[in-house]
Write a protein of this length. Sequence first.
Length: 453
Amino acid sequence: MKKLFTLILLILFTISNAQNTTLNISESAEYKDKEKAIDVLTIHTTENGLTGIVRESKHDILFDVFDNDLNKTHNLVVKSDKKERYIGEVVYGDEIKVFTVFSPKAKERLVYCHTFNIKSGSHSKKKLFEATVAKKRFLFGNRKDRQTSIDISPNGKYLAMATDNIYKDVNDYAIRVFDATTLEHIYTKSYQKHEEKYFQHNDISINDEGVVFVLGKLYENGKKEKKKGEANYSFILNKITEKANEEISISLDDQHIRNLRISIVDNKLHLIGFYSEKRTGKIKGGCNFIIDSDIFSVASKNNYELPLDVYEDLYGDKKGSRKKEKGKELTNFYIDYVLKDSQGNTYLLAEEFYITQTYVSTGMNNGYWQTVYHYDDILIFKFGASGNLDWGRSIFKRSNSPSYNAFLKNDELHVLLNSGKNLLEKDDGRTKVSKGWFESSSLYDIVYNSSGK
């Protein structure tokens, strides 16, 4: 049975924080899919107003183009194998590059790039490289990891990929750099090769000169986060070119950090994330390690405790103030977005995620365990171009599925949320974003200006 699909494109619509509307909403006509799409992989709108959408079905990858009036002008269905897995995408100009890895055998991996030009509607598929991995190993890390393994330079000239090459007796990692236009291979460089230590990739960035920066955690003994109460890891930043490989270690002092992300501002690398004084998985505040990329050294490092606004958004004014005074740490947040505006400010967004299990009795000594996924509160930090924390906010939310997206428009932060039609106003002034069992859903746009209001 063919599935009806409707594209809803936010052009200028907002409902939020009692602000005036600055966005409008447009909706395409319904149309029949040739194949039943499972997931939307990526959406990109060009400067000319054409919107390209890449979706995935069980056996195909679907490429669609819509014009300014959301009329569907192009559709292409590309066959894929059930053993071919989507691993990421990059966007530059009118093109979307979608990357997949095909696993025909237990140890064999083939990496492909699908190049889709939104303006012309053209598509091409090219094999980038082949690799052999240990049995049942992933080439791009564990699929549950929230990490970035692919990046394109700001000028669209270079493409970089970070891959794992882990065997029983050695942990090895590699960077591959390609010409982003021709997809021709330029070089491969091994980094963080260890016989005993384990390295966990966090983020990758490549500049206009083709210099690659790779960030990750290097564990000293095993894979545990703590040993004898101390952090069992350090963060390592590698600077990689075709002829050289430099690295620096980031001193954490008494901090515990789950992961860091890279934001480049004025030729400096800002390694930003959340820290805890107790253990990874908790959040005491935000941290920013600034690296001078020219001399490749740590220029500064700063910690910022959770602002009062974060607590008040989650718990209300009175309870929030008490938790702030006690230094209450938040738990189970994972970084989803790192967004940079035109002024060099960086927005860091994370969502609370955890899993619970409940035993459901069906009578007569029978029953089953029910697994529930929780996608709850959202945490937002804005770091200024200088590296200082400008402000922090949070969104009080409850959901059992991924329900938000974020983007910047005119240097304002927009957080799009699927929620119930009637938002719950709490007695303490908070607004709870959630959806009841039989409640119809609505799309909300929560907007923050440059001051966090």
